[in-house]
Design a protein around this ligand. Sequence first.
Ligand SMILES: [Zn+2]
Length: 151
Amino acid sequence: MIKHQCRETEPLLSGYLDGELTQGDRQRIELILDECSICAKNFEEMKQLCQQVGGMEYKKMTASEKDRLSEEVTGAASASVGQILLLGGVLLLYGTGAVYLVMALIRDSEAPLFVRLGLPAVLLGVGILFVTVLTQRIKASKTDRYKNVRL
Ligand SMILES: [Zn+2]
């Protein structure tokens, strides 16, 4: 029987559990655990408590991590659906409106020449600008997503 004080051995038990003991202390603890049922019981309880706390923290972490990830994915998906709907609607309205306006102008021979030429030019210009900005925005959002993945 190794001479020891069970109460004084407890800090060493937790050190043994964490793998923080020196070679000599480790061997001593292993001998104590073999021979002293009180210390062995203490060590078992310590080990179980440590596993439970560790397991709980791990589960909590992965759960919040999962929530965060799914929120990000859902947010990104609904944002792109909203963008697509908005842009589609704007394009449809703008395109159709522009065509109607230009057709009406062409039919209306009373309209001055600078309006009949100027307005279609303005509409075409705005349309080209819109598509250019849109293309840049899409490229930028793809780059952002790539950055997020890398982070
Ligand atoms: Zn003991």
